[in-house]
Ligand binder design. Structure first.
Ligand SMILES: Cc1cc2nc3c(=O)[nH]c(=O)nc-3n(C[C@H](O)[C@H](O)[C@H](O)COP(=O)(O)OP(=O)(O)OC[C@H]3O[C@@H](n4cnc5c(N)ncnc54)[C@H](O)[C@@H]3O)c2cc1C
Length: 471
């Protein structure tokens, strides 16, 4: 039996283990999955609190890969519901339809401001930024300076926690590719997107949230003999020449360390920079990986009476509150809530850095803050709150800060030289992957290990990042 260690039981790690099953390789491979958390699913897990379900952030199931769609279908069958998207943007005490609609945008912005936006765009067309490697310049060239300041700056800085002139344009290019102000206007007027793909107007969602998928995969694999070690964090490695010979694991509850020896292969989905720091990198790389940083995130789950708004989620661009996005899970699936109680589960999402003021606030203070902000936005009254809790997510977003490419390239080169190591997933590849990308990288990592065929190169997945999910 060959011994394979998989680090992380998120979508990528589970997909990797599943691929061993699909390829009928479980009879000659002993698979051990180590997962820090007590639950599988990674960032795509669903939390259950007092009969109400919460995603860490609402997770749409949308994919361009037929293979992944089939995978979803195989596991979820009739429990995968098609949902029509309803989301809006909250800004300056107003709700903007999103995707924008002309009448609503014009009413909310007013004629004067709309004219200023158009004028500012026109001026920028005559003096475009020649190089547009940062987010602010990339957006200004396409939408004008005024609209950049109104709509893009505050939200983007909330998400990433750095000024937009230090954020790489890659992120904008991935998410808003092939779109500009004239196209936005045509789209708002006629509901068509000339020259670019449409915003995803419908998506699938599992009956009990995304966690349902990952629990099902876990149940199948467990039955097939895959070993799940939840509450176990990988904290180091032993290397022999250019290969990993042992994996060092910490039992979270007791803090006890132990070593898994005789490892034939390792598939890692843990954050790439952390992985490298455990692999005795040369001094120059040690410095380089400090430039790869992750943005963290916390969600305040609130149980709220009745159902205060019809959207699945609302983007909060308004800078007077810290919340970045508000989810209403009853509108994702009615099965997310305890039905007898006539309440809904609301997720208040805050982007932060581990250890910053927001992150360090007590749970009670965060619940109170979230309640107060929901009241300020006008979506709930004081008497509507039933209960609340907080969930913090470290390493949620790989930050495409200006200059992340070189350390990433060096990191890729370093890990590829370790003979029995494969990386995959979002943090594992430091790539802004969605679930489907992560799952596919998990499949590829195993196919590559089994066949050594370079066509299963994980780095080819989501390479262009042209996902066009958000505009
Ligand atoms: C707010 C938000 C909203 C999102 N919305 C969508 C959406 O609508 N649709 C969509 O498709 N995708 C969405 N995503 C992306 C999706 O969550 C990720 O793409 C997916 O979860 C990545 O899977 P992964 O396995 O690569 O990584 P993760 O989900 O991060 O899983 C990695 C796992 O590794 C574990 N781990 C890390 N270090 C160690 C260690 N040292 N030892 C042991 N275990 C370790 C972690 O605990 C984690 O469970 C969203 C993400 C966020 C943050």
């Amino acid at each position: 039996m060959k011994k394979v260690v998989i680090i992380g039981a998120g979508p990528a790690g589970l997909a990797a283990a599943y691929e061993f099953y699909v390829q009928k390789k479980l009879k000659d491979h002993k698979i051990l999955i180590f997962e820090t958390d007590s639950q599988v699913g990674g960032i795509s897990k669903t939390l259950l609190y007092k009969g109400f379900r919460f995603d860490l952030g609402g997770h749409r199931f949308y994919t361009k890969f037929p293979e992944i769609h089939t995978f979803y279908r195989d596991f979820l069958g009739g429990d995968m519901y098609k949902r029509k998207r309803l989301s809006r943007i909250y800004y300056e005490k107003k709700f903007f339809d999103y995707p924008l609609s002309a009448g609503n945008a014009l009413t909310n912005l007013g004629f004067l401001r709309s004219t200023e936006i158009a004028w500012s765009w026109l001026k920028r067309q005559f003096s475009r930024h020649e190089e547009e490697r940062t987010f602010d310049k990339w957006i200004s060239n396409r939408f004008g300076d005024k609209l950049f300041r109104i709509f893009f700056k505050s939200y983007t800085e909330k998400v990433w926690g750095i000024p937009t002139d230090r954020l790489s344009a890659d992120w904008a290019a991935q998410r808003i590719q092939n779109f500009d102000l004239p196209k936005a206007v045509v789209n708002a007027l006629f509901k068509v997107n000339p020259g670019s793909k449409t915003i995803i107007s419908s998506f699938y969602y599992p009956k009990y949230g995304p966690g349902m998928l990952y629990e099902k995969i876990r149940a199948l694999l467990k039955k097939e003999g895959v070993e799940f070690h939840l509450g176990h964090e990988v904290v180091g490695f032993k290397k022999l020449k250019n290969a990993i010979s042992a994996v060092i694991v910490k039992k979270k509850k007791s803090g006890r360390l132990f070593q898994v020896n005789g490892v034939d292969h390792v598939i890692s989905t843990m954050p790439l920079n952390k992985l490298i720091s455990y692999l005795a990198p040369p001094p120059f790389l040690k410095k380089e990986i400090e430039k790869l940083r992750f943005r963290s995130f916390l969600t305040v789950g609130l149980i709220v009476k009745s159902n205060p708004f019809p959207d699945q989620w609302i983007y909060v661009h308004d800078p007077t509150v810290d919340v970045g996005r508000i989810q209403n899970f009853k509108n994702w699936s009615p099965y997310m809530v305890e039905r007898k109680k006539k309440c809904t589960s609301i997720g208040m999402e805050y982007f932060c850095d581990k250890g910053d003021t927001l992150w360090e606030l007590s749970d009670l203070a965060l619940v109170q803050k979230a309640q107060q902000e929901l009241i300020q936005i006008g979506l709930a009254g004081k008497k509507d709150f039933v209960d609340g809790f907080v969930y913090r997510v470290d390493d949620a977003y790989p930050v495409y800060n200006f200059g992340y490419r070189k350390p990433l390239k060096k990191s890729k080169e370093f890990v590829s030289r370790i003979k029995n190591l494969g990386v995959c997933g979002r943090g594992g590849m430091y790539r802004y992957n969605n679930q489907d990308h992560s799952i596919l990288t998990g499949f590829y990592a195993v196919r590559n290990y089994l066949s050594r065929d370079p066509k299963w190169d994980v780095w080819k997945i989501n390479e262009d990042g042209a996902y066009l999910e958000e505009k």
